[in-house]
Design a protein around this ligand. Structure first.
Ligand code: M6R
Length: 600
């Protein structure tokens, strides 16, 4: 969702801000803008659409060594130039960018800004007008900024510049992500570290309800009531090259191809020199002491959670419930006596999950976050964190993060089983090594996947995916992948459920992708395939060496049945990729979507 960058230093800010915004494109956006402040005053540029349009609109001579920039994912008001950020106060003294949602903006407008005519439909504009209103009553800019933030209900990450003082950026945060990057005679602001790696690798975290006064030589962290706070910096280990496409045309394809490496990386990170699992003892105890695990997640991470449940229940004999975060938030089920909450989130910023975590903490329950971004909000706020070590995932469609999440669950399941003295032949480490090799073989068969995409999905309006058990979980993920990037109406169903209604939608030529990797339900799912083929469906079958039959389109090598989603998802990811590509879709940045969903 919205991305923020800010720069204050000795160089011209324009190109640095644009590069930073390009690095944030992956979060999803529909308009973009920058504001520069220099000796000749403020220059403001904003455009609907892509950053390239913004670049075209910027005056070649635009100058200023201080500036802020923003990519907007519309919430209040349609995507338009007027609603794009930065927003300015009436006198144009103050200019501001914001990520988040201000819940009480209408009350604030009524109470403090009745004589101000707003230029946009956004909640954001109220913030900048309030800063001006308070400064006109005699408050300094910092006081007016803190005063304003203390009135806001909701989530925000904000960067504000003052036309009367081009040496300072004011930054504030509550619930939405924001970092300050430290350089030599230069400081920067960014929604995530990746946006400013071209300037620095050293960052400080901002906690909720703190502000930071940033100049080129200094950063001062303060509470909303003005007390100074000491904050140590950290150095990110993300390499700038990890955030680039290299020789690939799309991040998604690069990230699909990185999965074998990610599997090996996870094995390395979670194994000690003796070949045993390396896991924080407190995490082990938290899992084993809990009488029930509650997995909370959204989208692809929820699908990984469904697989994680199977692993924890079948291997470690731990009862598990998996919940969609946004549902759990307002409709909490009866809880067990000693629950452990496990949040799965690639970004670690998903607002729905965070909402649940806030309640979990209020109620004194323990929590663990499994994430790809260790410094993220969910990671910081949970009691424990497990890192998925997938490297930055830039494409909106989650691929390597999904397989990494399941891989970490397999390790947790094996560790928990061993710690409880459960006799199991499940060896996650060995399986992950086999999977890495098998993934490589599948990634080398791109021509096969591309042909399937052409044969089945080139012109279709809809597509069904069916599977049972573990395969049901993975077809839900396969259908999400296809719909989000190719815009084909796609649904994943439990094979046996189709005939209870959905089969009515099958007509001549409807593509149905069936995944069958488990011996005990192989014949059942093949029966379901016959049912749809008899009604005209065009079936594509993904099986394994054990379950294969003549005519199957893709045959996967055999691996442990609980681990099959890590492998069977690869063809589904690639088929979705080629379908989207051939239909001319923007694979990495599908319409309406955001990578990091920081609003509820
Ligand atoms: O960052 P998270 O894992 O919490 O994100 C949750 C979903 O928004 C995400 O998995 C989404 O469904 C994927 N982009 C789909 O590919």
């Amino acid at each position: 969702m919205c991305g923020i960058v800010g720069y204050i230093g000795n160089e011209q800010a324009k190109d640095i801000l644009i590069k930073g915004l390009q690095k944030l494109e992956y979060r999803g956006y529909d308009s973009a803008g920058i504001a520069l402040v220099g000796n000749s005053g403020i220059e403001l540029y904003k455009e609907k659409g892509r950053i390239a349009s913004l670049e075209d609109a910027i005056n070649k001579d635009a100058s200023g060594t201080t500036g802020i920039g923003h990519t907007r994912w519309a919430t209040h008001g349609a995507p338009s130039k007027e609603n794009a950020h930065p927003h300015q106060s009436v006198s144009e003294r103050y200019t501001l960018v914001h990520n988040g949602v201000i819940e009480n903006y209408q009350q604030l407008k009524k109470e403090y800004l009745h004589d101000v005519t707003l230029a946009s439909e956004t909640d954001t504009e109220v913030i900048v007008q309030l800063v001006e209103a308070f400064s006109q009553k005699g408050e300094s800019t910092e006081e007016a900024f803190r005063h304003t933030l203390s009135l806001l209900h909701g989530s925000y990450a904000i960067a504000l510049i003052d036309n009367a003082d081009n040496d300072t950026i004011y930054v504030g945060k509550n619930k939405s992500p924001l970092l300050v990057g430290l350089g030599d005679g230069v400081n920067v602001v960014a929604s995530d570290a990746m946006a400013m790696l071209h300037i620095t690798k050293e960052f400080i975290e901002i906690m909720d309800e703190e502000i930071v006064v940033v100049t080129k030589d200094n950063v001062q962290v303060k509470t909303l009531d003005g007390k100074s706070v000491t904050r140590h910096s950290f150095t990110t280990d993300i390499d700038e090259s990890d955030t680039e496409k290299g020789t690939y045309n799309h991040f998604m394809l690069k990230e699909v191809d990185e999965q074998p490496f990610v599997m090996r990386n996870i094995v390395q990170k979670y194994q000690n020199d003796d070949g045993d699992i390396k896991l924080d003892g407190d995490i082990r105890s938290a899992i084993n002491d809990a009488d029930r695990l509650y997995i909370i997640a959204a989208g692809t991470s929820y699908h990984a959670g469904l697989v994680g449940k199977e692993m924890m229940e079948k291997v470690a004999k731990k009862p598990v419930e998996v919940h969609i975060a946004s549902e759990f938030l307002y409709n909490q089920p009866l809880l067990s006596e000693k629950p452990l909450f496990i949040f799965i989130s690639q970004s670690g910023e998903t607002a729905d999950c965070r909402g649940v975590l806030v309640n979990v903490k209020k109620n004194g329950y323990k929590s663990l976050t499994i994430t790809n971004v260790p410094g993220s909000t969910l990671s910081r706020e949970a009691d424990f964190t497990l890192h998925t070590y997938a490297g930055p995932e830039i494409a909106v469609a989650s691929t390597k993060a999904y397989t990494a999440q399941m891989a970490v669950f397999s390790i947790l399941a094996m560790d928990s089983a061993r710690a409880q003295g459960i006799d199991t032949d499940f060896d996650a480490i060995q399986e992950l090594s086999l999977i890495a090799n098998a993934m490589e073989t599948l990634c080398d068969q791109k021509d096969v996947m591309e042909q399937i995409a052409r044969d089945y999905l080139f012109e279709t309006r809809s597509c069904f995916f069916i599977g049972r058990g573990m395969d049901y979980h993975v077809v839900m993920e396969g259908s999400l992948k296809l719909k989000e990037i190719s815009y084909i109406q796609a649904e994943g169903f439990a094979g046996g459920e189709l005939k209870h209604g959905t089969i009515a939608l099958i007509e001549d030529g409807t593509p149905v992708v069936a995944v069958t990797t488990q011996k005990h339900v192989n014949l059942n799912i093949r029966g379901n395939v016959q049912e749809v083929v008899a009604r005209g469906a065009n079936a594509c079958i993904i099986s394994t060496e054990t379950t294969k039959q003549d005519g199957d389109q893709i045959v996967l090598p055999d691996i442990h049945e609980l681990m099959t989603p890590l492998l069977s998802v690869i063809p589904l990811q690639l088929i979705a990729y080629y379908a989207a590509l051939h239909r001319g879709c923007d694979v990495d940045k599908p319409r309406n979507l955001a990578k990091s969903v920081t609003v509820e």
